[in-house]
Write a protein that binds this ligand. Structure first.
Ligand code: BTN
Length: 186
């Protein structure tokens, strides 16, 4: 019942809530609207990637769901102090929803490879980002009626997102080294 790797539901809940708050803090950095799609360049999308790396699939996904649920009911947790349903039905909607499977995939890859070092975390974060792009670009294509244009407009995100993937992998590795065995898979 209380082995060394057992995790109390209360501790799970606390980590989930703290991480949702952390992702909300990333929303304090304002979005930058470049490329004409109406989807901002943000720092906040690093949050779901880091959540999957650090908390694992279950708790990482839960933290993103919590953040998005609080946003949907009106809390101004997205960049620029936005909240409510509007961001979910605007051009960013697919990218926002994609944060959920993104955190899930990152957590599953880290757990499967069972070695949270920088190369594994880089691979996992890159995969999570690609999952978000699939959701985001597909939705944007449907929203604008032109998938090709949506894909081209989204190229503006790639340099910043590549830097975020590297930063997430480095931060994730440091956190795992500081708390060995206490996060993913616990
Ligand atoms: C919003 O705040 O309305 C949602 C923002 C979604 C932004 C997407 S996430 C992937 C890509 N990288 C960015 O920096 N912006 C887009």
């Amino acid at each position: 019942m209380s082995g060394p790797r057992a995790t109390l539901p209360a501790a799970d809940l606390a980590r989930t809530v703290v991480f949702a708050a952390f992702i909300a803090v990333l929303g304090l950095f304002p979005g930058l609207y470049l490329g004409g799609s109406g989807v901002p360049i943000v720092l906040q999308n690093a949050g779901p990637l880091l959540a999957g790396c650090v908390l694992g699939a279950r708790r990482g996904t839960a933290s993103v769901v919590l953040l998005l649920a609080l946003t949907a009911i009106g809390l101004p947790l997205l960049s620029g102090g936005r909240g409510g349903i509007a961001p979910f039905v605007g051009p960013s909607g697919g990218f926002l929803i994609g944060w959920i499977p993104s955190a899930l995939v990152v957590g599953l890859i880290v757990a499967r490879l069972n070695r949270p070092n920088v190369p594994v975390l880089l691979l996992a974060a890159a995969a999570g980002l690609i999952v978000d792009y699939v959701f985001g670009i597909t939705f944007l294509g449907v929203y604008t009626g032109n998938l090709g244009t949506a894909a081209v407009q989204s190229l503006v995100f790639v340099p910043g997102d590549a830097a975020k993937v590297v930063a997430v992998a480095l931060i994730g590795a440091v956190v795992h080294r500081a708390l060995p065995g206490k996060l993913v898979g616990s």
